[in-house]
Write a protein that binds this ligand. Structure first.
Ligand code: CAO
Length: 422
């Protein structure tokens, strides 16, 4: 017949009024002999208190924060089994932390001592009780990677469980491409350091973020920088802009860049290509994607057959498609089939940036803000409007020399747009 037993705090040496920092059981739990009931912490060490009996917890008399001493009542148990001396040796977890080891006494459990903080494999310090360490081990969790939310940064059972939940919620793409494995990001508790607000990412951010991440880690990127002298282009653009302002059409430098990029792609066909295993697919059409900043995130609609269109038509299409992107009226089809992408931050500012290739394309042009600069020409400094260009390219397909030639040519075309007619 089941016997009701009291479980008391065992001999914990000279310590009195020791803090309960963890309670592993609750009323109604069925436990086995040796299951950890509590973790106690002195100023020197943490210690687990295992149960001397198996059975059902009927009453619980301690909670986190309580101070206990030898003989304090922990719980009342409907006992079904008793630990044998062989199965309940008091185990000092760290010899260096030699602590009083309790002898099993009637209705009292032995305690096992833990080093307050042990160096982890990664060199950091993990602060956790033996029971939590065991729990983490059973789940295959490297405890040094778990951020502790308990007192003094102690790792609790909940922390380990949350760590596992977060790991399971990670997309399976943690292992990507041809087996490249990336280290998982640890879970941080930012609220520990100050007030925070949590905002969920937009649908577009989630999709584009995953694509950008894949492209960034799987494509060997190199970025080539240059400047184009667009003084003459700008004069012409302003003249054209004034003419079309009546039609409410804005002609920005981007329309010219679309044409200039196509001229460069025609001269350097490897930039208008995609990798297909060990083959290169060279495209004979010129569909150019344009990165558009929308309130919900980045979108890249594609302008088709840019080689067959003039500056004014491209300016019109650019205005129309970027407005549709911002109004969420873009379709999946609008964003497919691109050969090369332009990301222009020129309307905002900046001197240079390194754009991420929009796979399966092999190169992308980043455009920053043009500024007037003194340029040495024919024995004197003259003010010229200089446009910064950044071409990121896939080094598996494009050599550095080819990238330099492409970018130089692009700058030449922008500097002298008569070349667009060639
Ligand atoms: N240098 C100087 N001025 C420039 C410029 C440049 N390179 N490019 C544009 N401008 C000027 C335009 O002439 C325009 O001037 P006015 O207001 O005096 O007419 C102003 O900047 C604003 O231009 P715009 O941004 O409205 O138009 P755009 O054709 O240059 O660009 C679009 C259109 C859709 C590309 C742009 O609005 C946009 O979304 N850019 C952000 C793209 C982005 O986020 N890229 C990052 C991707 S990687 O995270």
């Amino acid at each position: 017949m089941a016997e009701i037993k009291q479980v008391l705090v065992p001999d914990i040496g000279d310590y009195k009024g020791v803090s309960v920092i963890e309670v592993m059981v609750k009323v109604g739990d069925t436990i086995s002999a040796e299951d950890t009931l509590l973790t106690l912490e002195t100023d020197k060490a943490a210690m687990d208190v295992p149960s001397p009996f198996g059975g059902i917890v009927k009453e619980l008399h301690v909670e986190i924060g309580d101070k206990v001493s030898q003989g304090s009542l922990i719980l009342v148990l409907e006992a079904s089994e008793t630990a044998t001396p062989e199965t309940t040796p008091a185990t000092p977890v760290a010899a260096a932390n030699a602590a009083p080891v309790a002898a099993p006494v009637a209705a009292q459990a032995p305690v096992a001592m833990a080093v307050p903080a042990q160096p982890s494999s990664s060199g950091g310090l993990a602060h956790a009780s033996p029971a939590i360490r065991r729990f983490a081990r059973e789940l295959g969790v490297d405890i040094s990677r778990v951020t502790g939310s308990g007192e003094k940064g102690r790792v609790t059972r909940d922390d380990v469980q949350n760590f596992v939940k977060a790991a399971l919620a990670q997309p399976r793409s943690a292992v990507i491409g041809n087996g490249l494995q990336v280290q998982e990001m640890p879970v941080f508790d930012f609220a520990k350091y100050g007030a925070i607000e949590t905002q969920s990412l937009s649908r577009i951010q989630k999709i584009s973020g995953a694509n950008l991440h894949r492209n960034w880690v799987t494509i060997p990127h190199v970025t080539q920088f240059d400047e184009a002298d667009i003084t003459d282009l700008e004069a012409f653009r302003k003249q054209l802009g004034a003419e079309y302002a009546k039609q409410d059409l804005k002609i920005t430098p981007l329309a010219f860049m679309l044409k200039a990029v196509v001229a460069a792609l025609q001269k350097f066909p490897k930039f208008n290509a995609s990798l297909d295993g060990e083959n290169l697919i060279l495209k004979q059409y010129f569909h150019i994607g344009v990165a558009v900043d929308t309130p919900d995130g980045l979108m890249v609609p594609v302008l088709r057959d840019v080689d067959k269109k003039g500056i004014v038509q491209l300016a019109r299409e650019l205005a129309e498609i970027s407005a549709r992107a911002r109004d969420k009226k873009i379709t999946a089809n609008d964003m497919q089939g691109g050969c090369f992408t332009i990301s222009s931050l020129g309307g905002i500012g900046g001197t240079a940036f390194t754009p991420i290739i929009n796979a399966p394309e092999v190169a992308i042009l980043g455009v920053s803000r043009s500024t007037l600069k003194p340029v040495y020409q024919d024995g004197a400094f003259v003010p010229r409007l200089m446009l910064p260009l950044s071409v990121s390219y896939d080094h598996r397909v494009i050599d550095g020399a080819a990238a330099a030639r492409f970018t130089t040519y692009l700058a030449q075309v922008l500097s002298d747009i008569r070349r667009l007619a060639l």
